[in-house]
Design a protein around this ligand. Sequence first.
Ligand code: SAM
Length: 175
Amino acid sequence: MERSIRVLRVGQRYVRDDRTLTHLCLVSRALGAEAIYLEDAEKDVTATLDEVNRTWGGDFEVVLGVTWRKMVQEARKEGRSVVHLTMYGLPIQEVAPKLREVDKLLIVVGGPKVPGRVYHEADYNVAITSQPHSEVAALAIALHEIQSGEELKRTFRKSRLRILPSARGKRVVEN
Ligand SMILES: C[S@@+](CC[C@H](N)C(=O)[O-])C[C@H]1O[C@@H](n2cnc3c(N)ncnc32)[C@H](O)[C@@H]1O
């Protein structure tokens, strides 16, 4: 099955936290999502990911300044299921078999505060353990569980550099 996964980060910043947002983008890109939508971020994040795409390939997209409501409405229109990651949801190990059968997903992660409506609008509220941790960790595990590890074998088109995996040291070739 050809799967399309997009990620939405809900929330306005209290303090500038581009490092977390950049990590969300990098994890989304590396682990098989095609785009991330950020409600609130600086343009630097987009520039960083453009550079990563140029160097390491693929056409992962970062979209800034969208509201979560609009994204959820658009997801509905195109038949995309909305999966909200929250410690209060149902365990990923119970929900993952169902999610593996869905071809279009919008995975929603929060920042410091998630509006209550998000819990109601989501098709699935999913927990990666019922303990508090991090949106980056939650996203990585959700992507891994939904794609059953297939995302680890992915290659990226048109990269400038490519790593030759090795037991020791760094081996990098130019394409
Ligand atoms: C720092 S946490 C904020 C937790 C906050 N108490 C809340 O839910 O509004 C930021 C985000 O990480 C994700 N997250 C944290 N722990 C999680 C867990 N155990 N399962 C799923 N997602 C989690 C959620 O997307 C959450 O919105």
